[in-house]
Design a protein around this ligand. Structure first.
Ligand code: ACO
Length: 429
């Protein structure tokens, strides 16, 4: 009997089975041989929310949640955030290696030359109400892009995959900024190819009547770091959505739109918006103990705390917190930061959080930084969707090249009425 195996005895039949263990994992399909008789479907795994189910092999991102480690393609996120540009990390995540100077120049050129969107997209945006949430606008306009590029449906054509990858990475900041400008009633600002990827986004967001927009370098770098930290996070809710939609061989625009929709929820990318609302609701440092009591009584959630994978400090939260101190030296400290710092310290000293291993996640501080950068709260999820598009695309490309992947289609345990005869309406009680 192999040492790398699991022996299972089915007490219903007394039969014993040997299931191979590879990479600390059994294949749940191996459970199907465990049957009471020939008619039996076989044993399944029941795992709502995929708490203990690996749905793929991946070479993109490594997380050790217990130790608080995050690496992309083997590089610690701390090193990438300290040394690289956003487009450099995007190249790494998408293609597996850091680019050399020539590859980087080509990549940057490709992205810059795809930042414009079709003019019809502007007409499309005009259909939204003046007070439409920018995330709703963004999700719909990404899906609409699919109709502009019908060749994107050829998901196994390598040339098309490369082109759509570049288009999506390049156009996300443009569409995000347009969504914001629409919600403000401001005129749209076209991309400026002289600026960096991040600087150009700031230009499209904030340029008013000046002839040339010059981004503040500290603001530009702060945003770049935030975007590097949000670039990928393995099989989270939105990435799983991207892979789920991608598994049906739908085109990448509708798949990214679906992933962005998953990201918009308050338990995922919407959390930093909620963090700021929570901090505003707490209002001052004196109100923290009462708020924590309500959290411990189950009446509230401490937004920006807790994570499905990290049972330690989220390394991204640490980088943001450290950087926040530098940034606030320039922009000045906001009352929100004081409340957040105090809230974090008090929560970490409470038994409730220690017992459940609840630590700050990336969203605890990201909203405060976005606010200091002048980004309105309703744009926070949009700010997350821009860099995460790189991760979604990297995961989608990996999925397409994985011969083991098939259309995603979980099983269920049917809990309803098994069979009954139709009753005409006149006879129904
Ligand atoms: N505040 C208070 N209690 C919490 C929190 C929180 N933020 N998070 C978890 N708990 C408690 C739960 O009530 C539960 O307690 P119990 O065992 O007494 O019932 C226990 O901790 C385990 O929590 P689950 O909800 O089972 O953990 P899960 O892994 O399903 O949830 C999640 C993870 C959704 C992130 C959760 O921690 C949460 O809601 N946090 C707040 C929202 C947030 O910050 N989301 C951003 C995540 S990071 C990202 O998406 C980029």
């Amino acid at each position: 009997m192999s040492q790398e195996s699991l022996t299972v005895t089915d007490n219903r039949t007394g039969k014993t089975y040997e299931l191979p263990i590879t990479d600390g994992t059994i294949r749940t399909m191996d459970l199907r041989q465990i049957k009471v008789d020939d008619q039996d479907f076989g044993v399944m795994g029941y795992d709502t929310a995929f708490k203990n189910t690996a749905a793929t092999r991946s070479k993109i991102t490594f997380i050790d949640g217990a130790k608080g480690i995050l690496r992309h393609r083997g590089y610690p996120v701390e090193q990438l955030a300290a040394n690289a540009s956003f487009l450099e990390v995007a190249y790494l995540v998408l293609f597996g290696e850091l680019p050399n100077a020539e590859q980087y120049a080509q990549w940057e050129h490709d992205i810059v030359h795809h930042t414009l969107v079709h003019e019809n997209l502007r007409t499309f945006l005009d259909g939204f109400r003046y007070d439409a949430h920018p995330m709703g606008i963004l999700i719909s306009s990404i899906a609409a892009l699919s109709t502009f590029y019908p060749e994107a449906k050829n998901v196994f054509d390598p040339e098309s995959v490369e082109l759509q990858t570049r288009r999506l990475v390049a156009k996300m900041p443009t569409m995000a900024a347009f969504a914001y400008r629409h919600s403000m009633g401001f005129p749209y600002v076209y991309p400026d190819n002289d600026l960096s990827y991040v600087g150009n986004f700031l230009n499209m967001m904030f340029k008013m009547t000046e002839l040339k927009y010059k981004p503040n370098p500290i603001v530009e770098r702060a945003l770049e770091i935030l975007w590097i930290l949000h670039i990928d996070h393995e099989q989270n809710c939105s990435t799983t959505t991207m892979r789920g939609i991608g598994s049906s061989q739908a085109d990448p625009y509708v798949a990214v739109a679906g992933a962005a929709a998953a990201l918009s929820g308050p338990l995922h990318g919407g959390a930093n918006e909620r963090v700021l609302r929570m901090l505003a609701h707490i209002g001052s440092v004196e109100n923290i103990p009462a708020y924590l009591k309500r959290v411990e009584a189950g009446e509230e959630r401490l937004m920006g705390f807790g994570h499905r994978v990290y049972k330690n400090y989220d390394p991204r939260a640490r980088i943001i917190k450290d950087f926040a101190h530098q940034l606030f030296e320039v922009t000045g400290r906001t009352p929100m930061l004081n409340i957040a710092l105090e809230l974090e310290e008090r929560a970490l000293n409470e038994d409730y959080f220690a017992k459940r291993k609840l630590y700050p996640n990336v969203d605890f501080y990201s909203g405060i930084i976005y606010q200091a950068l002048g980004i309105p709260t309703n744009m926070f999820t949009v700010m997350f969707a821009i860099p995460r598009t790189v991760g979604w695309l990297a995961q989608w490309r990996e999925l397409l090249g994985d011969p083991e992947q098939k259309i995603a289609r979980p099983r269920q345990i049917y809990d309803g009425i098994m069979l009954r005869d139709f009753v005409p309406m006149t006879e129904r009680s």
